[in-house]
Design a protein around this ligand. Sequence first.
Ligand code: NAD
Ligand code: ZN
Length: 250
Amino acid sequence: MTEIARSRIFADAASRIRAVGPNVVALTGAGISVESGIPAFRGSQGLWDRFDPMEYATIEAFSANPEKVWGMFSGLLPLLLAAAPNPAHLGLSGLEGAGMLRSVVTQNVDGLHQAAGSRNVIEYHGSFRELVCLSCWKRYPMAVWSPGDAPPRCECREILKPDIVLFGEPIPWGAQATAEADAKSCGVLLVAGTSAQVFPACELPAIARLHGAVVIEINTEETPLTRTTTDLFLKGKAGEVMTKLVEAVR
Ligand code: NAD
Ligand code: ZN
């Protein structure tokens, strides 16, 4: 694509956002946090060479062998605890601050949108901030565990689960309802860094489009959305693309 064609897509995306702001909703996935040092599931690997998410990140795996699944959590948590927001997270909080964005629906569990200053964040897959006991439902702050510790236990002796949605678990009801309502009512859905392969989050772009929204997608690679649902595809790293897009909106 020529530089002129690329500039036109950015200008078009920015004018779509300006036309409906603040009725813009963002849908983010693991790719938006890659530039913060947290590996995504798909795309470039790292942690996931050692841990197949389909084997480790399921509720069945956790129930059968929580120590084994904590092997994955103990590798991921230090990365999450050390990570700082990157320009993509900051760009979205800037858009919200400028009255151009209503909410961020995130599949991520890393808390980086909030750390960047976003206020209206819907955590579709929960978060790593808390731990929950699947036996008595008592909750604990993540701070009861430190890197290097054995898996943390509830006072009832059960091994605690981070309050994230594993494959096979339902989406928290409030998050599901709000995300769906936001998708149905937004004028622009800005989709960033998701492979759109995890159900039911991957349905939100099609729901938005069916209800009249323009779908703008940011990703380093094409996804199943790109040719079916996306109106404007901005190819590239989320941090770089978001910075350029926010500048164009202003
Ligand atoms: P995914 O891992 O399936 O896909 C990541 C997507 O991001 C891919 O399409 C890839 O091409 C793209 N990508 C990679 N680097 C990018 C960059 N710098 N800029 C823009 N795009 C980039 O992620 P998913 O769709 O979110 O689904 C995986 C599930 O696992 C989700 O629930 C996700 O939140 C969770 N997960 C979360 C974290 C986190 O909280 N940071 C990390 C790993 C997995
Ligand atoms: Zn308990």
